[in-house]
Each structure stands twice: as structure tokens, then as C-alpha cells.
Write a protein that binds this ligand. Structure first.
Ligand SMILES: Nc1nc2c(ncn2[C@@H]2O[C@H](COP(=O)(O)OP(=O)(O)O)[C@@H](O)[C@H]2O)c(=O)[nH]1
Ligand SMILES: [Mg+2]
Ligand SMILES: [Zn+2]
Length: 277
């Protein structure tokens, strides 16, 4: 039979298969250390095979992530470099990023407009965990989804709000498993609508070179908003720091966000420093 690993507890895995849950150990052939929450597996009385995965996050450990809800809010002061790094990380790992603006109850018009201008290449949704105003988020749940974003933007509040609205749905699978108190390292998937959400948020800090082997030359390829400009750079190896550069031209004409570009230069410098050791 085939199923999805939704929980890992030491060497025991909870697998969902056709709406039922089974606790399984790995077989001799499959090792516990090589099976992660989010893995699709084959099993009989133990797990016999792990299907090839599309991606694997390190912290929290989740396989086959489909969507990342990248949460930001006006307060605390947004860390736009972290936001851009998480977006880069998503592009690197074939994860669809959705920018989730939480605390929309306190967001100013200016903040919302500048965000829409800087991140026009991304899907942005507005929610408020405080007001229980999370319908746009619920609609986005599809496949395996996780939350990321800086500290205190409301990731835990959003996860809790999703569970609260889910409690009305009697008999739903997620009701059958107790949502126990967990140490921060353990992650579980919970079924909500057509997808799953990870109950542990990740990436309140992120060092890109720690989580991937990205080099400075490929960095700009993870900026969908730079793509058009890159076609006009004189040199294919252009890092967009100066010279005859199509990206800089689009920054000057206002087509590429100045903030995105200046933060790109900072991330580029970080990667250069890292790779020059
Ligand atoms: N005004 C407002 N405050 C919120 C909202 N969501 C969360 N908060 C507050 O933001 C703070 C941080 O929330 P938390 O969920 O712990 O953030 P996390 O660190 O990202 O998990 C808490 O004091 C929450 O009460 C919201 O939608 N509106
Ligand atoms: Mg939290
Ligand atoms: Zn260039």
C-alpha cells in the first residue's frame, strides 16, 4: 500500500493511507534516518520503500514541500533581506512561495502599497490571525505547506487559527490525532482542506549558503523580476553590479524594485564573502 508520512517519532512513523492512520517501523531495507515527514512510502506491515522526493527541507525536516507561506507583518519591522532569502530558497527547491501579510488589522496603506510594488511578481495575500480573518490562507492550502518568516510576525498564531477553524469540521482526519505538546524539533503534518500544513514554522533566520550550494553567479536567476533585464546584460556572467547591465537599466527605469535590487547586492556580497574563505 501507499501512504504519506505525517509524523515521525524516533523510529516510528505515522502514515496516512486512504484516510486512515497506521504506525509503522521501517523495514530492514529502509532506514529510519532516511525517512521524513512528507515522504510518500510503500508499506505492508512495515515501510518497505520511500518514493523519490521533490525536495527536502532541513529545518524543520519536511519532504515534498509544495507551498511556503512566507509570513511578514508591518510590526515588528520587516526584514526584507530575510524575505528575499526565503523566496530564493523556495525557487531553489521548487516550492511555490506565497507572501502572507499577517496583522492586516494594523497594516497601513503605505506599507501595503510598497509591498505590492516591490513584490508584484509574487502572490500576496492579506490575513489577520487576531481577527480570525484567514479565509485567503485556507484557500491556498494545497499539497504539503509550511510557514516561514521572521520572529513575531504571527506564524504560530496563524497555525493555531487554522486549527481553530478546523475544529468545527467534526470527523475530520486531523481531529483523530491529538495535537500534543511537542518539542520544537518535531514536526507533524495536519490535513486541512485539500492539503497538509506543518505545525512547526521554520526559517526565522536563514543562511542561504548553509542550506544550499548556491553560488553568486546563479543568484539572480532566483529573481523572477530580474529575468527580463538579464536578457540585456552585455555579459552573460554579469552579476548586475555595474557596467552595461540590463537589470540596472530596469532598476533605473523603475521596472525593478530599488529595494529588491539593493538587497540583492547585499545578499550577493554575503555569498561572495562566504565563498572566498
Ligand atoms: N495585531 C495583530 N497581532 C497579531 C496578529 N497575529 C499575531 N499577532 C501578535 O503577534 C505576536 C507574535 O505572534 P506569534 O504567533 O507568536 O509569532 P511567531 O513568532 O511568528 O510565531 C503575538 O503577540 C500575537 O498576539 C494579528 O493578526 N494582528
Ligand atoms: Mg512561533
Ligand atoms: Zn546585469
Amino acid at each position: 500500500m501507499k501512504g504519506l508520512v505525517i509524523k515521525k517519532n524516533a523510529n516510528l512513523f505515522t502514515v496516512e493511507s486512504n484516510g486512515t492512520l497506521v504506525n509503522l517501523a521501517p523495514s530492514g531495507k529502509t532506514r529510519a534516518s532516511g525517512i521524513f515527514v512528507g515522504d510518500f512510502v510503500e508499506f505492508d506491515d512495515c515501510i518497505t520503500n520511500v518514493y523519490e522526493r521533490k525536495n527536502l527541507l532541513i529545518r524543520p525536516p519536511i519532504a515534498n514541500l509544495n507551498k511556503m507561506f512566507v509570513v511578514i507583518s508591518q510590526i515588528p519591522k520587516p526584514d526584507f533581506i530575510l524575505l528575499d532569502k526565503i523566496l530564493i530558497y523556495c525557487h531553489l527547491n521548487d516550492i511555490q512561495p506565497i507572501i502572507v501579510v499577517n496583522k492586516s488589522d494594523i497594516a497601513s496603506e503605505d506599507f501595503i502599497n510598497s509591498l505590492k510594488a516591490d513584490y508584484s511578481f509574487y502572490k500576496i495575500i492579506f490575513v489577520s490571525a487576531l481577527k480570525g480573518d484567514i479565509s485567503f490562507l485556507e484557500k491556498e492550502i494545497n499539497g504539503i505547506c509550511a510557514f516561514a518568516g521572521q520572529s513575531a510576525v504571527g506564524k504560530s498564531s496563524l497555525i493555531n487559527a487554522l486549527f481553530k477553524s478546523e475544529q468545527a469540521d467534526v470527523g475530520h482526519l486531523s481531529k483523530k490525532i491529538e495535537r500534543g505538546k511537542q518539542t520544537t524539533r518535531i514536526v507533524s503534518l495536519y490535513k486541512i482542506n485539500d492539503g497538509y500544513i506543518a505545525d512547526t514554522a521554520g526559517f526565522s533566520m536563514l543562511d542561504l549558503s548553509m542550506v544550499s550550494n548556491i553560488n553568486e553567479r546563479e543568484l539572480s536567476s532566483y529573481y523572477p523580476d530580474f529575468l527580463k533585464g538579464r536578457a540585456y546584460c552585455k555579459y552573460r556572467s554579469c552579476l548586475h553590479e555595474g557596467g552595461d547591465c540590463g537589470v540596472i537599466k530596469l532598476v533605473n527605469s523603475g521596472e525593478i524594485s530599488k529595494r529588491r535590487y539593493s538587497n540583492y547586492l547585499k545578499i550577493l556580497q554575503e555569498l561572495k564573502n562566504k565563498n572566498n574563505y
